[in-house]
Write a protein that binds this ligand. Structure first.
Ligand code: CAA
Length: 241
């Protein structure tokens, strides 16, 4: 039986590439999305990957969403916490709402989603929880006190849950991408990208979403069973850990 993988924010950007990479690697994949029905339906039509709409920022919605996925595809073996948002602005201008929105979607969601699948993984004696972090959670970024705090939080969450899952063959890891050519990065003003970001990337280009998809497929595989609590960085050399 093919293993079941759920990718949050899995119908666009890096998430879409992860969903497709997992499908190509033989998984039964479910892609979660929150808002953009049109993009999600197009993605589903193109790839044959079913989509499930719910907000990862609300615990009850996660519980319902995961139950629906499991009813249709079976128990979740691989959870990819990819859904994330930015509300970039300098700290002086940042509102409590901009802080809270980013914390809810990017950090609370890790607790909510993992909570829904962890005990089942434990019972079955296998699981993979992979969270998409960020180079900016590792090095900090002007305009991202909220986002960097959430992404750094993901690493602490991961190292702790990894210890709790280890005896049950559940690995918990982070993939920390650098700047990848997606809508999120395209939202950064072009002059900031050219003057401040690209010169910091030794390989001299943005990453491709598929390059992150391959990292996730590796960490999800049996071959990666001895890797847990770890962060795999894929950032073109922008920040070397
Ligand atoms: N270092 C130092 N100064 C900087 C700076 C930096 N990295 N970036 C901007 N500034 C300066 C500007 O030059 C400007 O200076 P002047 O006033 O002297 O002209 C000043 O800061 C702007 O300050 P403001 O308070 O007006 O800032 P703002 O609230 O308008 O915010 C910004 C500007 C939104 C932070 C904008 O600079 C920006 O978008 N920066 C890029 C942030 C970024 O890289 N986000 C990553 C998005 S992609 C992602 O998140 C995916 C991932 O995981 C990698």
């Amino acid at each position: 039986m093919a293993r079941v993988a759920l990718v949050t924010g899995g119908s666009r950007g890096i998430g879409a590439a992860i969903s497709v990479a997992l499908k190509e690697a033989g998984y039964q994949v479910a892609a979660n999305y929150a808002g953009n029905d049109q993009a999600a339906n197009e993605f589903s039509k193109q790839t044959g990957i079913p989509v499930f709409k719910f907000s990862v920022a609300e615990f009850d919605a996660c519980k319902e969403g995961v139950a629906k996925v499991e009813a249709e595809l079976g128990p979740i073996d691989v959870l990819v916490n990819n859904a994330g948002i930015t509300r970039d602005t300098s700290f002086s201008k940042m509102t409590p709402e901009q802080w809270r929105e980013v914390m809810a979607t990017n950090l609370d969601s890790l607790f909510f989603m993992s909570k829904c699948v962890f005990d089942g993984m434990k019972k079955r004696g296998f699981g993979r929880i992979i969270t998409i972090g960020s180079v900016n959670g590792q090095k900090g970024q002007f305009g991202q006190t909220n986002y960097a705090a959430a992404k750094a939080g993901a690493a602490g969450f991961t190292k702790s849950l990894a210890q709790e899952g280890a005896r049950s063959n559940i690995t918990v890891n982070v993939v920390a991408p650098g700047y990848i050519g997606t809508d999120m990065v395209k939202a950064v003003p072009q002059e900031v990208l050219n003057a401040k970001v690209l010169p910091q990337i030794p390989v001299g280009r943005l990453g491709e979403p598929e390059e992150i998809g391959r990292c996730v497929v590796f960490l999800a595989s049996d071959d990666a069973g001895f890797i847990t609590g770890s962060t795999l960085t894929a950032n073109g050399g922008q920040y070397m850990t």
